[in-house]
Design a protein around this ligand. Structure first.
Ligand SMILES: [Zn+2]
Length: 307
């Protein structure tokens, strides 16, 4: 009896100890982490690895590789290609800490650390990182080559790149509030699903801010090269900075990312990482689903600016 209760105490102590130290240890690489929050819940373990690109240069930045114990597909999420599009790298900085149920998630939250430090679209010398990925050729800067080497190493089954537009597509000369889609595989079906989901649960003023599916990612962009060279679904999510809060833009990106991970099979559990913000009534939801996206047409082949 006595020995039994000492054993129970030891287990309780161990559990408390592990809970207290798990967050601090979460990024010593590699390490296992459990899904937090729910005591006693079956916690899927993930192993996290961190790598450094362009080490020792102003472009130095980290790639995070999150592996679930259950086998599954690999996908990649990128933020911070443009240094003045804050919500992309802030969202990706949270996404890298998510727990997935299957497969491998590769996250590059701050692709262009130099541009982020400058708070500008481009890096020192005016280089636009998202124009350095020509289709069928080697990327044109060292940073772009190191990023592409990561893409080729894994290679992902799908790629999502998080950006901001200054205006709203269709209202201004901007790609804000779009999911720019390279139409390989099931890309178009996912894009229409994701846009419908966001418009239903995350967009309050749908007359102005509803997301649309457009195509194709601009020439020189990472998404265009991934789509064309690897033949994979590739997307650029564009949240508008036009009279929106940064917190809304971050939430939109995280909602896109969660739907992306669910669609491609990395998240299976029911509970949401990004809680639904709004719930439409049955009648509104019907009108949203018929008006979401661009019914009838394939994504336009015209390249878009400012992605
Ligand atoms: Zn951008």
């Amino acid at each position: 009896m006595r020995r039994h209760s000492v054993f129970v105490l030891l287990i309780v102590f161990l559990a408390v100890f592990l809970t207290a130290f798990a967050p601090a240890a979460a990024w010593s690489s590699p390490v296992t982490a459990a899904a937090g929050g729910v005591p006693g819940a079956a916690a899927p373990a993930v192993v996290r690895e961190v790598r450094t690109l362009r080490a020792g240069t102003p472009e130095e930045t980290e790639v995070y590789i999150v592996r679930a114990s259950e086998p599954g597909p690999t996908v990649m999420i990128v933020g911070g290609m443009h240094g003045d599009e804050t919500s992309g790298y802030l969202a990706a900085g949270e996404i890298k800490d998510w727990v997935i149920d299957r497969g491998t998630l590769v996250v590059l939250p701050r692709a262009n650390a130099d541009a982020i430090a400058r708070g500008r679209r481009t890096s020192t010398g005016g280089v636009d990182l998202n124009r350095q990925f020509p289709v069928g050729k080697e990327p044109t800067t060292e940073l772009a080559r190191e990023i592409w080497a990561v893409v080729e190493e894994f290679p992902p089954a799908a790629l999502l790149d998080l950006h901001e537009g200054w205006g709203i597509y269709g209202r201004h000369d901007s790609v804000g509030q779009t999911l720019i889609t390279y139409p390989a595989g099931d890309a178009r079906r996912f894009a229409e699903h994701a846009v419908r989901y966001l418009n239903t649960y995350h967009v309050k003023n749908r007359n102005v801010y509803r997301f649309r599916v457009v195509g194709t990612p601009v020439a020189g962009s990472l998404a265009r090269k991934a789509g064309a060279d690897l033949g994979i679904p590739a997307f650029i999510a564009e949240a508008t900075a036009y009279r929106t809060l940064q917190s809304s833009r971050v939430r939109w990106h995280k909602a896109f990312a969660e739907e992306f991970l669910r669609w491609y099979g990395l998240i299976e559990r029911e509970e949401r990482i990004v809680p639904k913000q709004y719930r439409t009534t049955a009648s509104t939801s019907a009108s949203v689903s018929t008006s979401a996206g661009t019914p009838g047409g394939a994504p336009s082949a015209a390249p878009l600016l400012a992605a």
